[in-house]
Ligand binder design. Structure first.
Ligand code: R5P
Length: 294
């Protein structure tokens, strides 16, 4: 399959990595805003009847959404055979049901929006909870890459006698697989969320932690409230300073500084969202998945 890669602004590093490893051509995109803030864009280079991989992580998605829609439409007008979005972080999955009458189920609507613009989607560990498979909401082919092997390898190489801790039932899917990869034990805590930044975590007897390195693992750190509540419990219980690991490092506002100040020994994330905490490479896994698509 003949392929070409184009980065959405801010995703040049990912696009260059894909091009280098897949030996494909890199197209460039000129994107700016008109004085009234409408988006202007122009694709430089020949698209031809090829599959175009659009590299665009979708953290802070609102600004990027209209640009992506215009880009996908432009690529199609320029003759692209298929336009596939590679979004290492896929947003709008947490509001997956109407908890109160009248609420928008944004997970469904955002999926409908991306499905209308692209022919395919590849992402890393989407936050699937009540929606169990992306195909329930996306009408285009989707492919999910799992960060677990890369996280397990990092833990095995960097930490001694770890005990993995998942802060809530949703995290069990990731924590179980990562613990299996490392060959270490794990526990899953109970979380109650009372608001965006108001989270209560129940910590069971931590006797098992005395001789172990506590490693908190979650898919997303957003406000940091989930990790913060868990770290504070552990510190109050005089456990060793825990290591915090996330797949997607959103870190809204000053969440990163707060988590460091709360006593995390180390904060490490996968590079699905560019952040100072990035220490685990998953682009290699994306390259493999795209190569298999060819
Ligand atoms: C929630 O269900 C996720 O697995 C994460 O625990 C959550 O998104 C983290 O959000 P925050 O950092 O805002 O607590």
């Amino acid at each position: 399959m003949s392929m070409v890669v184009i980065p959405y602004p801010g995703n040049e590093q990912l696009a260059q990595r894909l091009c280098a490893d897949l030996r494909t051509e890199l197209l460039s995109l000129e994107l700016r805003h008109f004085p009234d803030d409408e988006v202007y864009l122009r694709v430089a280079g020949t698209v031809g009847a090829r599959t175009v991989i659009v590299a665009c992580g979708l953290d802070r998605p609102n600004d990027k959404s209209i640009g992506l829609f215009l880009l996908a439409s432009t690529l199609r007008d320029l003759g692209a055979r298929k336009v596939v979005l590679v979004a290492p972080y896929l947003p709008y999955l947490r509001q997956d049901k109407a908890f109160q009458a009248g609420e928008s189920v944004s997970a469904r609507y955002f999926a409908r929006f991306l499905s209308s613009a692209f022919d395919g989607l590849m992402t890393v560990d989407p936050h699937l909870h009540r929606i169990q498979n992306l195909s329930e909401v996306y009408s285009i082919p989707t492919q999910v890459v799992h960060a677990a092997p890369a996280i397990s390898a990092w833990i095995a190489a960097n930490l001694k006698s770890p005990l993995l801790i998942g802060p809530d039932s949703e995290s069990e899917q990731w924590v179980r697989e990562i613990a299996q990869g490392v060959g270490c034990p794990f526990v899953v805590l109970e979380k109650r969320r009372h608001g965006d930044r108001d989270v209560a975590i129940a910590l069971p007897n931590i006797g098992r932690l005395r001789d172990r390195t506590a490693v908190l693992v979650d898919d997303i750190i957003s406000t940091g409230s989930t990790m913060l509540a868990t770290v504070r419990h552990l510190r109050n219980a005089k456990a060793q300073a825990p290591v915090c690991i996330a797949v997607h490092a959103i870190f809204a506002g000053d969440a990163y500084a707060q988590l460091s100040a709360a006593g995390a020994a180390r904060i490490v994330s996968c590079n699905t969202i560019t952040h100072a905490s990035n220490g685990i490479d998953v682009n290699r896994l994306l390259v493999q998945a795209i190569a298999e698509m060819r």
